[in-house]
Each structure stands twice: as structure tokens, then as C-alpha cells.
Design a protein around this ligand. Structure first.
Ligand code: ZN
Length: 241
């Protein structure tokens, strides 16, 4: 649709400060979130409510699935599992009920939205050309969006060959007819590429742009510490790791 601005977000992880900064900055007509709304951070309920207010299209990530009994807690490291137990205790029944209805994959015409990968939407990390090639082969789609790695990235398949690249802040990609894409917006609430700023991508008039957004990291860290969540979850937000 001409002039329609879509914001694609992922891995918000209960970080309300980061989410608010991204939503404000994106000024989008439509918002999609590729899962992991909760886990790690201190604001699970407020994050889900904010996204509901924004009429966002929501997917479930592995953390959301685990918080609603649909993914084995044993899969997670100790810190992540501890944060998930805290999340279940603090999110509230209405929010957990809402999370329990979300799926890790959504088809929308020639688009496919997944949390992890097309081949395995709940769990697989898409980190290399071999994995991306398998995901391109797994389903028919032109535009794929995925999260889970917390690192902004894109793969394109032009004919047979698949290539991957890390987009930097402000980088744009003009979508070409005949090319297939798998695009990762990076993480809103816990970036892991060494850049502490929240990450997202915008789609408008056939152009995709990756964007980094400053937010009040210290406020998010104070809440994590006050909640009694593991200290490392606060510390890592300053360094984007
Ligand atoms: Zn995540």
C-alpha cells in the first residue's frame, strides 16, 4: 500500500523504555512484533498492554511460549529460566492468557513472519547461509521476517544463491522483484551486536530501513535491579551484549 509505513520489531523482552522509544520514533501505521515480548526485563504486563494499544500484530517467541507452558524451561540457561519464573509470577493472568494465544509463525500473502526460522519458527537461530538456505526452501514466500538472534541482519536469494549481510543504522534495502528476502530487525529490548540502542526496521514504499533508537537504558536497568531479577540482565543493556 503506497505511503503505508510498517514497523517490524522483535525481542522486546519486557523492556518498556526501549519499546516506547521505538514506537515513538517509528511513527508507523502498522506494527508487527516477531515474538519474545517478555522474559529478561521488568515490565511484561506494561509491554503487552502497550502493544495491544498500538494494535500490533504479535507473534510468540520461545520466551512467550515458555511463559505459557508451551516450551521446555530446561532449554534455557539459568538466568533466562529465572527471569521466566519471575515473569510468570508478575505478568498477571490476563497478559499470560493473551500470550497463550500467540503463534511463532504467521502467513500473510507473500510474507511470512517467524520468531526463529521458517524451518523451525520457535527455536532455530538463523545465523548462517546454510540455515537461511534451508528456510528459503522450507516454504514459498517472498518476504520473510525473523528475530530470535537479537542481531539485525538480512539474507537475499536471487535465483539460487543466498547471501547475507549485517545492515548498519540507517542502511536501506530497495526490495527487487524476483528476489526473496529474510530480514531481521534486531532486538528492541536486549540488543546483542555491541550497540546498546534499541533496533527495529521500517518498510515503506518497497524500501526497508534499519533504525537504531536511543532510550533510557538506566531506567530499564533500575527496574530490573528493583525487581530482584539477575544483575547481569541489567548490566548487559549498557553494552548491547
Ligand atoms: Zn529473544
Amino acid at each position: 500500500m503506497a505511503g503505508m509505513r510498517l514497523a517490524v520489531l522483535s525481542d522486546v523482552h519486557s523492556n518498556l523504555e526501549a519499546l516506547d522509544a521505538v514506537l515513538r520514533n517509528a511513527a508507523a501505521d502498522r506494527v508487527v512484533v516477531l515474538g519474545d515480548l517478555v522474559g529478561y526485563g521488568a515490565d511484561p504486563a506494561a509491554v503487552v498492554e502497550r502493544l495491544r494499544d498500538a494494535s500490533a500484530t504479535l507473534l510468540a517467541g520461545n520466551h512467550d511460549l515458555a511463559a505459557t507452558g508451551r516450551f521446555d524451561l530446561e532449554w534455557f540457561n539459568r538466568v533466562a529460566a529465572e527471569a521466566l519464573v519471575w515473569t510468570v509470577e508478575h505478568a498477571g493472568d490476563a497478559v499470560l492468557e493473551e500470550l497463550s494465544r500467540l503463534s511463532p509463525v504467521l502467513r500473510d500473502g507473500d510474507r511470512i513472519l517467524v520468531h526463529g526460522s521458517v524451518r523451525d519458527p520457535a527455536a532455530e537461530y538463523l545465523r548462517d547461509v546454510a540455515g537461511a538456505t534451508a528456510s528459503f526452501a522450507a516454504e514459498q514466500f517472498t518476504f520473510g521476517f525473523y528475530g530470535h538472534t537479537h542481531v539485525p541482519f538480512f539474507y537475499e536469494q536471487d535465483g539460487g544463491a543466498v547471501q547475507g549481510r549485517i545492515p548498519r543504522d540507517g542502511d536501506s534495502l530497495v526490495l527487487e522483484a524476483g528476489t526473496r528476502y529474510l530480514m531481521n530487525p534486531g532486538s528492541v529490548g536486549q540488543p546483542r551486536d555491541g550497540d546498546a540502542r534499541a533496533s527495529c526496521l521500517l518498510v515503506e514504499d518497497g524500501v526497508v530501513t534499519w533504525q537504531r533508537v536511543d532510550y533510557d537504558v538506566q531506567a530499564a536497568q533500575r527496574k530490573i535491579r528493583a525487581a530482584g531479577l539477575p544483575e547481569v540482565l541489567a548490566d548487559r543493556l549498557s553494552v548491547g551484549r
